[in-house]
Design a protein around this ligand. Structure first.
Ligand code: IVH
Length: 683
């Protein structure tokens, strides 16, 4: 690019294009391009901005992550940030409705019902279309300026998507962490010896209060917007119109809302919403009911900080009481010792719960948990539930204190507590059977080497029988050896050996993830594989070199270098090399069999998650959308597909069941899954 003007124009085009794709992806869940194509656009922009620094602009999509700050400034909200009064019963709701009818008698209006998301409320101010400030609710109408962290949330637009934006627009909504992101973050925190967050709400507010935007950017934060603050140069007649307009500006709004003609209908829809409670990817603690017609808001007024035109209806927290019989210790992949409560089985949110995490020793002390206690357990976005508190009134005096073991309960090795960590760790990494088993299970998992049928229970048998001591030894396993294991038939043994053999074709990034290097998750593994191309180059890199890579920080850098310095791991790498596991990143050239086709996935699939299904479609050039329209080519319907299936049928969209979908994806996938079915290992 020779000419400065040309460069400037191209930079502006690329920025606008990237913002357009962000909106399609985050707001409409209807991406037009693959992740790889998006990354290419992004890299082109980064390159041009480096080449022509005179055109750099802090509002460029490449500039989301800014410098660290020392403390948060605080500012007053220009319009008070209102809250909601809570109702817990249908009677309370009827009272809310009666009050409204009394204040605006004979006026026609309807209600909107939305899910109530349990996160952290924020107010974002846009001036002439540009994000200028993000404040937390704070106290006494003064909020903390968390703009630097808010800018790192990719689904929040830095510019309003409108040619003529309003002079001022303040949007208010909820920053939250979805349940999957929350579970992963807590797992990582536990493995690195940090205190886990008690619930997704604490995780989101804690993340907004980080002083390092680079760290905040790594937190899986998202946001939806549902209310207005100050605005100028725009108006909204109804709440629904405002939501629509937020969406057009590039904001995510609640995933679903209902129109209700009267309070009876609200109550009916609240039951519907409650039944959907576990279908939302975020923690939902109730419904919010709002008068749709904004012209009545002034007449309805406020009580204190709560508007009379809106109310929250809170669902009961899902808790149960049971007895804690014992505390066992689970040793994780990196040696962290996690205390786990062994409970009298109890029903909670539709499942029987027998165990609950106690996180770490500090948590047991803080909650004063003793063996034999009656305890309250809750599901708060956890995969396994947590113990909330002890029912101390029910103590008999027979309860006993728990203390952490002074050696590893599995291998008897030393346990240590690092200076800045709450967790105790067994340091016997390569010899501790629990760590070895967890490491091999991780290596074989779907996200890593995807060895069908090699789940935790088989790994336990392989290690306990002395057949396998590390992931590399899987590749020297013989059928006769496997046949000697409990409940192992001829066919299953054959399939296992074949599955292990096939895993040698897995891409380098999956192998790297499978090695289980501390702090190297899927994302970092992909970045490292793309950057270094092969294991030798990666093993030769020092911390300095690693740190220069975008999104690889000093913690990952040190961990990678430390991992490859160990003679034991080098021996495992050598064995894997001999086994001809893929240690080289292939040059990617996407295929295009599904080009021009748009898919919607619904219900639960058995052989893959919906995300994985989406990846497979995109890898073949197809598009994935979250909503059905006449443009949809296929609806892939798994188990318990609901309204989308009905809509597809009504619109005449072709519906594929999982088997047909797998067939469409291609023969290699079909082969793998058929085999898994024959093995009978839970597929
Ligand atoms: S409306 C004046 N809508 O719940 C209206 N709030 O308990 C202001 N919240 O402060 C709020 N989901 O942080 C509204 N769909 C939703 C919501 C919602 C979650 C939070 C919000 C609010 C709190 C009140």
């Amino acid at each position: 690019m020779k000419d400065n003007n040309q460069a400037k124009q191209r930079i502006e085009e690329l920025r606008a294009e990237i913002e357009r794709h962000d909106k399609l992806y985050y707001v409409f869940s209807d991406p037009e391009i693959s992740d790889r194509e998006y990354d290419e656009l992004f890299h082109s922009l980064e390159k041009l901005e480096q080449q022509f620094p005179e055109f750099m602009d802090s509002t460029s999509p490449t500039q989301r992550v800014g410098e660290s700050i020392k403390s948060f400034d605080s500012y007053s909200h220009r319009k008070p940030m209102l809250s909601l009064s809570n109702t817990y019963s249908k009677e309370d709701l009827a009272e809310f409705d009666r009050r409204i009818h009394k204040l605006i008698p004979d006026e026609p209006f309807e209600y909107i019902l939305e899910p109530k998301i349990d996160g952290t409320s924020v107010s974002l101010r846009y001036e002439n279309g540009l994000l200028v400030q993000a404040l937390t609710r704070g106290k006494d109408n003064i909020g903390d300026d968390v703009t630097a962290n808010i800018r790192t949330i990719n689904s929040i637009p830095l510019h309003l998507s409108d040619m003529v934006p309003p002079a001022v627009l303040e949007v208010r909504g909820e920053v939250y962490m979805d349940l999957y992101g929350f579970a992963q973050l807590n797992e990582q925190r536990q493995e690195s010896g940090q205190e886990p967050f008690a619930n997704p709400r604490n995780a989101s507010s804690g993340s907004l209060k980080l002083l390092t935007p680079r760290e905040a950017a790594k937190r899986p934060l998202d946001a939806v917007f549902y209310a207005s603050g100050e605005f100028d140069g725009i108006s909204f007649d109804t709440h629904e119109q405002m939501l629509q307009s937020f969406k057009n500006f590039g904001f995510r709004i609640v995933p679903h809302f209902w129109h209700c003609k009267n309070i009876d209908e609200v109550q009916q829809k609240l039951d519907e919403l409650e039944n959907m409670r576990h279908k939302f990817p975020f923690e939902m603690d109730g419904g919010v009911i709002k008068v749709n017609e904004r012209r009545f808001y002034e007449a309805l007024g406020y009580t204190g900080r709560n508007p009379r035109w809106a109310v929250a209806y809170k669902y009961e927290p899902e808790q149960a009481e049971t007895t804690l019989h014992a505390i066992s210790i689970q040793v994780g992949r990196t040696g962290v010792l996690t205390p786990v409560a062994e409970l009298e089985p109890v029903q909670l949110a539709g499942t029987t719960v027998k165990r609950a995490t106690l996180h770490n020793e500090d948590e047991i002390r803080r909650k004063d948990i003793k063996i034999g206690d009656r305890v309250i357990i809750e599901k708060a976005g956890e995969i396994i539930p947590a113990v909330v508190k002890v029912v101390s009134e029910k103590r008999t005096g027979l309860e006993t204190d728990f203390s952490m073991p002074t050696s590893c309960p599995d291998c008897g090795g030393n346990v240590i507590q690092h200076e800045d960590e709450v967790a105790w760790r067994c340091i016997n990494n390569l010899l501790c059977p629990s760590q070895v088993k967890a490491g091999i299970t991780h290596f074989a998992s779907r996200e890593a080497m995807h060895i069908n049928g090699l789940g935790e229970s088989l790994v336990v048998q392989l290690v306990d029988s002395g057949l396998v001591k590390n992931p590399a030894e899987l590749y020297t396993l013989k059928k006769v050896e496997v046949l000697g294991l409990e409940r192992m038939g001829e066919k299953s043994a054959e399939n296992l050996i074949e599955g292990i053999g096939q895993s040698k074709q897995r891409p380098f990034e999956k192998v790297l993830f499978g090695l289980g290097i501390r702090h190297v998750g899927k994302g970092a593994a992909t970045i490292l594989a793309n950057e270094f191309k092969n294991i030798d180059a990666l093993m030769a890199a020092d911390v300095q070199k690693l740190e220069t890579i975008r999104d690889i920080g000093p913690i990952v850098g040190k961990s990678v270098v430390g991992y490859f310095q160990s003679l034991e791991t080098r021996a495992v790498i050598d064995q894997l090399r001999v086994a001809e596991v893929n240690f080289e990143q292939a040059e990617t050239g996407g295929s295009s069999e599904l080009e021009g086709l748009t898919f919607v996935l619904t219900g639960s699939l058995e052989t893959m998650t919906r995300d994985e299904g989406g990846d497979k479609i995109r890898a073949r050039g197809g598009k994935v959308s979250s909503s059905i329209s006449k443009k949809t080519s296929y609806l892939v319907a798994g188990e318990s597909a609901g309204s989308k299936l009905a809509k597809a049928e009504a619109l005449g969209v072709t519906v594929l069941n999982e088997e047909q979908f797998v067939a469409l994806l291609g023969s290699d996938e079909k082969l793998e899954d058929q085999k898994a079915g024959q093995m009978g290992f839970g597929f």
